[in-house]
Ligand binder design. Structure first.
Ligand code: ADP
Ligand code: MG
Length: 338
């Protein structure tokens, strides 16, 4: 088991500071997800942990050992990338065992460890196949198998599901979460997809411009986002945010209400407007409402709700679902209107 501790780590590419001093602890055995928009420094941070990218300042330790200047092979990590680049002329078994062969491990040991990884990943029936005779999901599992056989203390994943179609991504999310509970290893997973973060993580770390915006359990971030950015990044459709002054009785500069926390009001209501469009998804209806003074508001209702364009509608929310932010976007003391 191994925790990963980043202590005031900095990354500069020439003059450009991509990661300002950053502190972060990845608990041993956790599934931690680094999430944020493209270009926020997720891959850079992961590559620094892997030792593939030099750390400009600060220290990185894994399992209590300072590895800041250690070679990647000495860190006890294995990395899985988006483009998994299997060797096309090698069988699945040889692809999975390749790192062990390079390390000149005995044949019997290689065979046993490949078999073990194949069982975990349900690839036993495919060990003699070449990669071209596999589906996308099976190929990605082979790439994960290459990491598993090395028995790393820490797995590093960089957007490993981005090349898969939506259905397969959904399936692989579950498989990776199961893999984590089977292996009990520390896993650090990078993605721009908040759904992947919410479904797999014990700990989510939201990054923006190389700065940690908030770190914590998925539902903690959902229930109490520390700023507007986190509030809108976690959850889909994203949180509605509008000027607090626009709503009677609110002192906050900005207030945020999630689409699923809005309900039609019989009379009065916090906000009102005209239905522009309804998305009927069967299990839920996403209603887009144009209001006079606060722009578009999105409401998410359970089931199939008939709200045709042009309908006038008033909406309300429970006080504890009204998030209060100051002018800078920071969550206000107390957090909600409750
Ligand atoms: P993410 O993975 O979150 O999309 P990256 O870590 O790849 O973001 O990149 C973060 C920032 O660092 C980006 O602005 C990117 O252009 C910059 N960057 C990444 N690698 C290099 C490099 N080798 N040289 C210069 N800038 C880089
Ligand atoms: Mg990246």
């Amino acid at each position: 088991m191994a925790d990963v501790v980043l202590n005031s780590v900095v990354k500069r590419f020439g003059e450009v500071e991509v990661i300002p001093p950053l502190d972060l602890t990845i608990p041993s055995g956790s599934f931690s997800v680094l999430v944020g928009p493209s270009g926020c420094g997720k891959s850079t941070l992961l590559r620094m942990i892997a030792g593939l990218e030099e750390t400009t300042a600060g220290t990185i330790s894994i399992g209590g050992h300072d590895v800041t200047d250690a070679d990647p092979s000495e860190r006890g990590i294995a990395m899985v990338f988006q483009s998994y680049a299997l060797y096309p002329h090698m069988s699945v078994a040889d692809n999975i065992g390749f790192a062990l062969k390079l390390a000149r491990k005995p044949r019997d040991e290689i065979r046993a460890r490949v078999k073990e990884a194949a069982e975990i990943l349900q690839l036993e029936d495919f060990l003699d196949r070449k990669p071209k005779a596999l589906s996308g999901g099976q190929r990605q599992r082979v790439a994960i198998g290459r990491a598993i056989v090395r028995k790393p203390k820490v797995f590093l994943f960089d957007e490993p599901l981005s090349n898969l179609d939506a259905a397969l991504r959904g399936q692989m999310r579950i498989e990776l979460a199961e893999l984590h509970s089977k292996l009990g290893a520390t896993m650090i997973y990078v993605t721009h997809d908040q759904v992947e973060a919410m479904t797999m993580a014990d700990q989510i770390v939201v990054l923006k411009g190389g700065v940690v915006q908030q770190a914590g359990a998925p539902m903690a971030l959902y229930d109490a986002p520390q700023n507007v950015f986190v509030g809108q990044f976690i959850g889909a459709p994203k949180m509605n945010v509008f000027p607090g002054r626009a709503v009677d009785g609110f002192e906050a500069d900005q207030i945020g209400i999630r689409p699923e926390d809005l309900t039609p009001a019989q009379s009065g209501g916090l906000v009102n407007g005209t239905v522009v469009y309804s998305e009927h998804l069967g299990a839920e209806t996403i209603v887009h409402v144009r209001t006079g003074d606060i722009g578009r508001v999105v409401m998410r209702l359970n089931g199939n709700v008939a709200l045709t364009p042009g309908t006038h509608i008033a909406m309300t929310a429970a006080p504890k679902a009204v998030h209060c932010f100051d002018a800078s976007g920071a969550r206000m003391p107390g957090g909600t209107a409750a």
